[in-house]
Write a protein of this length. Structure first.
Lengths: 759, 326, 171
């Protein structure tokens, strides 16, 4: 297995555990600043309308109101990709879209002030369907984007941004196929990743150009390095609090930031904008809608010969990072399906509902879930065991793929066959799998079925990270890395890596608060990159600092640095551990040793997860119970076992597996309202519905960094939805391909309910 | 929340006086778990000027049994109903229904009276004002019923008239099966009515100057088998999609009498008289249970998206009846 | 309307974690408005921000505190109705003098029974009440006690382990 480490791979308490269990961990809602104002947003009653008249004088006159802003007097900032989303617009594009913003002494006064704003609208016809929206006569959401088609390039990915997968000769590929499966399938739940904490921001202008932003986000630097370019390049200092969950959706909070900063600028006071849960549901990040219309050709032995089609991606009222997800989705499809012939095009479309943003699964989950019914159709026609199919077709070391920035990468990763086989064995796949559309067991009205899905991502090495490690004379160390804590435990895990390099007790490793003024560049904790990318920078910095320390100690120990070791604050010649000197003895007490590390992007090491599920369907009620989930992966080296388990359990959260069962945002297309914007009507898994959950985690060293590890957190949610469709289809003996599989769909598949009619 | 005045009252008299003084601009607050939600989301056109706290009225909570049956004060918290050894067994249906409500914390706070009087959960009715304006509708006295043409997956499959939102209280279903009566107090007096008269399409029938004070449940017949089945997507938090409560008395393998009540399928608790008729005097087996189940939904007129409730209702009726054989 | 005045409290007195508070009812920033929830008063007026507000709709359990020993949702409780109550929040679990943690807190640390930590205070309060009423719960008892608690990171499995472990180690 893996080396014996002192901290790596061992169960250690998280560095922030004490704060969390005593209620001292500080989230954005817990922070106040002197003279703080509270910001609230007036929201649109219509899905698509022009504001023809807006009067704010009554609202401004209310005692305690400091400012009211409309599209007429907000700063000319723009966010989104491309930059098309202003602070407030003259047009509203979904029910709940922002119309005006108010800052007042209390949140209650701000809310009251909203009622005093007078608005008149001219309603416009809305469009909700992704294919209808690109028809020539469809209502236009944005003047700059005819037919509601968004450009697919994303500047940070470069000029060759992947927006389609085109290679080889699909005609020839389909000719070679033994089996062709074709159809149109959607994964259009537009589910909400719904972290428990709604987004919030405090903004304060220190002077005309310097802005300080506090928030709890997943990527601590984005409010600086991304938002600067959207706001005319102020000098932004982004400070992160603990973040109450994100799952991508709170990588940053561009619109709350815009509102807070605009109100702060005009009032000269700090402004806090914290969304309510209703706003979190109806006016913050949703998963992209995804529809695939195409076909796949395979041979009887499971070789994929051709993939062609159009991937329609619905981003709602505007695009924020959708292009990046399209690019990564296209990349991940190639990881999953080894195929020489592709003609996969994409369309990114705007529709009149609350906008999508980044969600865990990042495009790959969306494409894969829509592809799944076609894939399973093909596998079924060829009578292939899906586990064998996935094993055969997942990218192997030495095989290549175009990644998101358009370059061709050759995998240096692992052959995950062993992980697949271990998982299948532990799950009992061979005993439970009875063939396509065959239940594993039938017990009266209850039928059991099994399914499987896979996912992988080459973003584990995405983007850049920098870190400093400072060694202090008292044999403590400080890591400077701009990382916030949103649940992965990465701040703690990075301390473990540094502790291992420096051989210092964990309690003697400190990590700076997430503050862009203090720390060097750090992209953020996305795409499972924390372990490989950020870890590499921290390890390099620790090794650099350690080297400097040993160079200081060397003359004092009459040895060369390479002959020295340090452990628990003592530096000694390897062969004479009892004759060591302290760190302060080596460096003096008025000095520190600073090391630096930097990671450059590396898209050559895809990670991988296979997920097996077992469901039980009650054919008399349509209820589907998720009985068992087993995930298998190979992470190279476990850094923190409990954090890793937590991340893998996360498959049951954040618009993951339950999008196949009951999770969805319900949009009423007669009025444009989102109907289930509360914690009762939006369905999430409770303690009483916990399936048996096992993780099979192999550790075969990967070519990443000193500890040979990669992360898998981000991909935990993606294989599940397709696997559940497969399992339920098998249980019923009837193919089902609509998400989510609520009782009405199950009963309809069984022919047990007619449709009613309108009264 | 928007502001309001708050008054504690220490007697029903005080409550009636305040209700009279405020006219319709005051609301009673018991556990508050439903009321405060509606105020936070500002769902109605009228916002109360004051809340009248009736938790401070003594003698409105408590569970007492005598030879006539059970008397439960309307302010009795659900957790006490769940924990009551008096209710367990003979009135087990009520314990099951109360124990299925919401979450443990809600059961610590909510009262049985509040549960019976709670407002419907229709998502058009409950749409929060802050997210683009509350939705006006037939139930609110202004506008159409949006469920008819909209998303009606959770709405009524029978008995809808103008409004198709369902009665959200499963305790009402259980109490209907137990043939309960409710005491309603007004200034200077009290009236008693069967629970079946407590609801109409648009909710409970309490006038603005009335207060629900007591629930009386007669002694169930000896050897009455009780069943409560609740179908929902999750076993906690959720309201029912369909629920069934039944009391059935058997003698020598024949059904002597039965009450079968359906929940979440109609604007009021629905006594499935046709189903009761179908099984009365017959032996209870899979065939007769199936026939009763069919009879229970014979008058169903589903909307565009809720026909699936018919199948679930049939299954629950059948299973409730057959469970009494066990 | 004279009958109203003598029954309306002008001061609300309660204890939080053993500390007595007497707060005036009114609309000034340091007073309690009748519409203030207990969650608001704890967090904004008393500065006890350990109790979290996840939904403010009474449906996620984050705001759970103990009121006279029972777990209740502080976001659905009016502060003006808390007169005479004894409230315990997450801040009240440690020993004030020594800082020694409650066994539940220690078990949550030892089992990393959290990820983002936002739901943790509410869960610990509910679990504390469970263990006081049932010192030997089984897995199902724990799940039922926490059935109203939303955790999106999915720390459920570790939480159940932690609560069972705390029960074993005694209160």
């Amino acid at each position: 297995m893996s080396k014996e480490y002192r901290f790596i791979g061992k169960r250690t308490p998280r560095k922030d555990a004490l704060e969390i269990v005593t209620g001292k961990a500080t989230y954005i809602g817990d922070i106040k600043k002197p003279e703080l104002l509270y910001g609230k947003i007036l929201r649109s009653p219509y899905p698509h309308a022009e504001i023809t008249r807006i009067k704010t004088d009554k609202s401004e006159a209310l005692h305690g109101v400091a400012a009211v802003l409309t599209y007429k007097n907000v700063p000319d900032w723009r966010t989104g990709i491309p930059r098309h989303v202003p602070v407030l617009d003259r047009k509203v594009r979904f029910v709940g879209d922002a119309v005006a913003i108010v800052a007042a002494e209390t949140a209650e006064i701000a809310s009251e002030a909203l009622d005093l704003i007078e608005v008149e609208y001219e309603q416009l016809p809305p469009v909700y369907d992704v294919e209808e929206a690109i028809e020539p006569d469809a209502p236009q959401l944005h003047a700059d984007f005819p037919r509601n088609l968004m450009p697919l390039d994303i500047p940070t990915f470069g000029p060759k941004t992947l927006s389609e997968v085109v290679m080889g000769d699909v005609e020839k590929g389909f000719d070679e196929a033994d089996v062709i499966a074709e159809g149109t399938y959607g994964y259009e739940n537009i589910a909400n990743p719904l972290p428990i904490e709604p987004p919030g921001v405090i903004a304060r202008w220190e002077d005309e150009n310097r802005l300080t932003v506090w928030s709890g986000t997943q990527c601590a630097s984005w409010h600086r390095f991304i938002m600067q370019s959207k706001m005319g390049f102020p000098d932004i200092r982004a400070i992160d609090t603990q973040c109450g969950g994100s799952f991508g959706s709170k990588n940053y909070a561009p619109l709350p930031l815009f509102y807070a900063a605009a109100l702060a600028k005009v009032t000269g006071r700090p402004v806090k904008v914290c969304f309510t849960k209703e706003e979190h549901f109806g006016a913050f990040v949703l998963r992209l809608g995804s529809r695939f219309r195409g076909k796949i050709g395979i041979k009887k032995d499971g070789t994929v010969t051709a993939v062609s089609g159009v991937w329609f991606v619905d981003t709602g009222a505007f695009s924020d990072m959708a292009q990046a997800q399209v690019a990564v989705g296209c990349g991940e499809a190639q990881l999953m399906l080894r195929c020489p012939n592709w003609d996969l095009r994409t369309r990114l479309v705007c529709t009149n509902r609350s906008a999508s943003g980044v969600v865990r699964g990042f495009g790959g989950q969306e494409l894969e879930s829509a592809l799944s019914p076609i894939l399973t159709m093909a596998m079924e026609k060829a009578s292939l065991d899906p586990v064998e199919f996935f094993k055969k077709n997942y990218v192997k070391p030495g095989e290549g793929y175009f990644w998101r920035e358009g370059n061709y990468w050759v995998s240096r990763g692992r052959d995950y066959s062993e992980a697949i086989d271990s998982g299948a064995r532990a799950f009992g796949w061979n005993e439970k799998w009875k063939g396509w559309l065959k239940p594993t067991a039938v017990n009266g009205a209850k039928r059991t079925g099994v399914g499987v899905g896979i996912h992988g991502n080459a973003d584990v090495g995405e983007d850049e990270s920098e870190a400093y490690v400072r060694l202090n004379p008292d044999a403590t160390a400080t890591i400077y890395v701009n990382i916030s804590e949103s649940g992965m435990g990465q701040r703690s895990s990075l301390c473990k890596m540094a502790a291992e390099v420096l051989q210092l007790p964990l309690a003697r490793i400190h990590i700076t608060p997430a503050d862009t003024m203090v720390n060097p560049f750090e992209f953020g904790l996305v795409g499972s990159r924390g372990t490989y990318a950020v870890g590499s920078a921290v390890i390099e910095a620790a090794e650099d600092a350690r080297q400097k320390l040993l160079e200081l100690a060397a003359p004092k120990l009459e040895a060369a640095p390479e002959d020295l070791e340090t452990r628990d604050g003592s530096i000694y010649r390897k062969e004479r551990p009892e004759a060591g000197i302290s760190w302060s003895g080596a460096m003096g007490i008025m000095r520190t040793c600073m090391g630096f590390g930097r990671f450059e992007p590396d898209y050559s090491v895809p990670n991988f997860l296979i997920q097996f599920v077992e469901v039980e369907v009650d054919t008399e009620t349509g209820r589907v119970d998720l009985r068992q989930v087993l995930s298998a992966t190979d992470v190279g080296q476990i850094i923190d076992p409990l954090s890793l388990e937590g991340q893998l359990h996360g498959a049951l959260g954040s618009a993951g597996i339950d999008t196949a069962l009951f999770e969805e945002s319900i949009l009423d297309r007669t009025t444009g309202h989102m109907l289930n914007i509360n914690m009762i009507d939006y369905k999430w898994r409770t303690f009483l519905e916990l399936p048996r959950f096992e993780n099979v985690i192999l550790e075969t060293p990967l070519p990443t960094h000193r500890f040979k590890a990669i992360g898998v957190g981000e991909i935990a949610t993606s294989p599940g939805p397709g696997a559940v469709l497969m399992a339920v289809s098998n249980a019923l003996g009837v193919k089902v391909s609509e998400y989510p599989l609520t009782p009405d769909k199950i009963l309809r598949a069984l022919g047990k309910t007619g449709r009613g009619k309108t009264v | 929340m928007r502001s309001f005045k708050h008054h504690n009252v220490y007697s029903l008299e005080e409550a009636f006086t305040l209700l009279r003084d405020y006219k319709s601009r005051a609301r009673l607050i018991a556990g508050g778990t439903d009321l405060l939600g509606t105020l936070k989301n500002d769902i109605r056109l009228e916002y109360p000027e004051a809340l009248i706290n009736i938790k401070t009225i003594p003698d409105l909570n408590g569970i007492k049994e005598d030879n006539e049956g059970l008397k439960i004060g309307a302010l009795t918290r659900l957790i006490h109903i769940v924990r009551s050894s008096v209710i367990e067994g003979k009135y087990g249906l009520l314990k099951e229904a109360a124990g299925s409500v919401g979450t443990p914390e809600i059961r610590n706070m909510g009262t049985i009276g509040g549960n019976l009087c709670q407002d419907t959960r229709c998502w058009y009715y409950r749409y929060p004002n802050q997210m683009g304006g509350r939705i006006l509708c037939f139930r609110k006295g202004e506008g159409p019923c949006h469920a008819i043409k909209g998303d009606n997956r959770y709405h009524a499959i029978m008995g809808g008239k103008g409004c198709y939102a369902v009665c959200p209280s499963d305790i009402a279903i259980a109490l209907t099966a137990l043939d309960a009566e409710l005491s309603v107090a007004h200034k200077g007096g009290e009236r008693v009515l069967p629970i079946t008269d407590f609801y109409q399409t648009l909710g409970h029938i309490l006038k603005p100057d009335e207060i629900l004070t007591k629930i009386r449940i007669p002694q169930p017949p000896d050897n009455a088998a009780q069943a409560f089945l609740k179908y929902r997507l999750r076993e906690s938090v959720d309201f029912s999609i369909v629920s069934v409560a039944s009391v059935i008395t058997m003698k020598d393998g024949i059904c002597k009498d039965t009450r079968i009540v359906l929940g979440a399928v109609a604007p009021t608790p629905f006594r499935a008289l046709a189903a009761e008729e179908s099984i009365r005097g017959k032996t209870l087996d899979a065939t007769t249970a199936e026939a009763a189940a069919e009879a229970a939904v014979s008058i169903a007129k589903p909307l565009s998206m809720n026909a699936y409730k018919i199948e679930i209702t049939k299954t629950l009726v059948k299973r409730a009846l057959l469970s009494s054989l066990a | 309307m004279s009958s109203m005045k003598e029954e309306d409290r002008e001061k609300i007195a309660f204890t939080v974690n053993g500390v007595s508070y007497e707060l005036e009812v009114g609309n000034q920033p340091y007073q309690i408005a009748p519409s203030h929830t207990l969650a608001h008063t704890l967090r904004e007026t008393l500065g006890l921000t350990g109790t979290k507000v996840g939904c403010d709709q009474g449906a996620c359990g984050s705001c759970t505190v103990l009121m006279d020993g029972d777990p209740v949702l502080s976001c659905m409780t009016l502060t003006v109705e808390c007169h005479g109550r004894s409230i315990i929040t997450i801040e009240g679990l440690q020993d004030r003098q020594t800082g020694k943690l409650n066994p539940l807190q220690q078990a949550f640390i030892d089992n990393t029974a959290f990820q983002c930590g936002f739901c943790t205070p509410g869960m610990i309060m509910a679990a504390k009440s469970l263990l006081e009423k049932n010192p030997t719960p089984n897995k199902q008892d724990v799940k039922e006690a926490l059935a109203g608690h939303y955790c999106r990171c999915i720390s459920h499995y570790h939480v159940v382990e932690a609560v069972l472990e705390a029960a074993k180690k005694g209160r």
